[in-house]
Design a protein around this ligand. Structure first.
Ligand SMILES: Cc1ncc(COP(=O)(O)O)c(C=O)c1O
Length: 519
């Protein structure tokens, strides 16, 4: 192993460390090694010339007066810049290569969006400014709301939810409020096996008992099982469409009619709207509430837990129960913000409350609206078509080397699903994912959806060219063949990364989040 230099940076990792095989792409993964900033310089050093404090420290500081120097690392400006630049180079990013994470829709974030979001009139507004001074920002929210309603064929929209799962909670709380207004107690929410994991979690969080509906052999909801469970105790159903197997739930309209006839509501998880935007309007299929992840379909940046934005479109039946605040255009063209004091007069007396303190994620709204306006309705339709085409290209290019469990059921939507079936004894999906790192790619989503053994879910999105897809397919094929042949070096992958295999359970369950001076 090569020794780290004084700064803790190891410029290359020796391939001999684990007899790493050559990669088919010629790339060598992520090679940098970087210490924590606290380990790079002893506390007490200082990278800038600060004036000595003059005079007495104010007694008003009382017990907050520092008794000893703060344990801050003292580094010069170039050292700090290099530290963070090296860290950034350890990170895989959408600006570096494809991010084929299924269910995440990690697509290119157009620079035009960034330019618009940084305009001072949008970037510097404050949610407590008087509405007359932020008419432009409110107009953006109002215009985006209009687009979301139009694209989904729904009646209203709640813009304030901060993420997909937050949007789910908003929609389910609307259902709860609507049932309460009807004087009905319906404690059960049906959640098909093919739904995203956040769906049952959300319904449980909102106080519902969850009942699972099985999937049929084609990976879609078992219609007969769902219809058979409907009854006066069922509040509704939460359906992810396209579902977690990357398939369109073709029976959604029939399901919605049955659920409505039984007095329930239909929640659709619209996080995968990227696959159908401009092609299908969920409102036409009988959906009552659906969140849209702006950070997926409409290209606003995401990852690492934020920042997201999950507006919820609502049917006519649920719109009266949507949260405050919301925008409304007045007869004179100005935009009003409807809050608690105005709700009744504005014809919205039944809102269940607020999802957030303010109107929503302004930075995401400006980016999403820029994306929508720069594509137009036809361009958005092409987004969906290209995303589906790319996923099917991946599916059909690899289904001879990786098992595609629903390949027989026809084309997929935006995600290609594979399993670990047929790998050599002892080789798993995890080995394939780690092998892809050596090829210079971020791995696909693994072990999700849960209904498929050793699942590998690849979502290329519409942003990848055929050449880019071919490179990815070539690398995944090479790694899959090694897994099938039982190549022992794959068990030790990644070889070309600062770390090999981490204890992922300990990382999730016992994270070490605070640095302590070992001395
Ligand atoms: C289908 C589906 N539903 C819900 C969510 C939750 O969205 P968020 O992570 O923004 O809360 C995701 C996230 O990827 C998703 O893929």
């Amino acid at each position: 192993m090569s020794a780290p230099n004084a700064a803790g940076w190891r410029p290359e990792m020796s391939a001999a460390e684990g007899a790493a095989p050559p990669t088919s792409s010629g790339d060598r993964g992520l090679m940098l090694e970087e210490k924590l900033i606290f380990e790079l310089a002893a506390p007490g050093g200082c990278g800038v010339d600060l004036d000595q404090p003059q005079g007495e420290v104010s007694p008003a500081l009382g017990r907050f007066r520092r008794a000893e120097p703060a344990a801050l690392p003292g580094l010069s400006e170039p050292e700090v810049v290099r530290h963070y630049t090296r860290l950034s180079r350890q990170n895989y990013a959408i600006d570096l290569g494809p991010f084929p994470l299924g269910s995440c829709t990690m697509k290119h974030n157009p620079r035009l969006n960034e330019r618009v979001a940084r305009l001072p009139g949008f970037a510097d507004v404050h949610p407590l400014q008087p509405v007359q001074t932020v008419q432009g920002a409110l107009a953006v929210i109002n215009e985006l709301a209009h687009w979301l309603i139009t694209l989904t064929g729904m009646h209203g929209v709640a813009m304030s939810p901060k993420a997909g799962a937050h949007g789910e909670l908003c929609g389910v709380l609307c259902i709860k409020a609507a049932l309460e207004a009807r004087g009905e107690h319906r404690p059960v929410m049906l959640v098909p096996e093919s739904a995203h994991g956040t769906n049952p979690a959300t319904a449980a969080f909102a106080g519902f008992a969850i009942e699972s509906i099985p999937a049929g052999p084609d990976g879609r909801i078992d219609l007969a099982a769902l219809k058979g469970r409907l009854g006066p105790d069922v509040a509704g159903v939460m359906i992810t469409n396209p579902n977690t197997c990357g398939l369109f739930e073709r029976d959604l309209k029939t399901i919605a009619d049955a659920v409505h006839a039984a007095g329930g509501y239909v929640y659709c998880d619209g996080a995968n709207f990227n696959a159908i935007v401009g092609k299908v309007r969920p409102g036409d299929l009988g959906v009552d509430a659906m969140h849209i992840n702006l950070h997926k379909t409409f290209s606003t940046p995401h990852g690492g837990g934020g920042p997201g934005s999950g507006p919820v479109v609502l049917s006519e039946a649920l719109s009266p129960f949507g949260p405050l605040p919301f925008t409304a255009r007045q007869a004179d063209g100005s935009i009003r913000l409807i809050e608690e004091a105005d709700a009744a007069a504005a014809g919205h007396p039944h809102g269940f409350g607020r999802m957030a303190a303010f109107h929503g994620q302004m930075g995401m709204f400006t980016r999403a609206l820029t994306y929508i306006l720069s594509h137009g309705a036809d361009g958005l339709r092409q987004v969906a078509e290209d995303a589906v085409l790319n996923a099917n290209y991946v599916l059909r290019s690899l289904d001879d080397v990786l098992e595609a469990p629903y390949g027989h059921a026809g084309p997929c939507m935006h995600e290609a699903l594979f399993t670990d079936h047929g790998m050599a004894e002892g080789f798993t999906t995890l080995d394939v994912a780690k092998g892809l790192i050596d090829e210079g790619f971020h791995p696909m989503t693994v072990y999700f959806p849960l209904v498929v053994h050793g699942a590998m879910l690849v979502e290329p999105t519409e942003c990848e060219s055929k050449d880019g897809l071919d490179r990815f397919i070539g690398s995944l094929r090479a790694v899959a063949e090694r897994a099938k042949a039982g190549d022992p070096s794959l068990k030790a992958a990644p070889h070309h990364a600062p770390r090999r295999r981490l204890d992922e359970t300990a990382a999730a369950r016992k994270p070490v989040l605070v640095w302590r001076d070992p001395a």
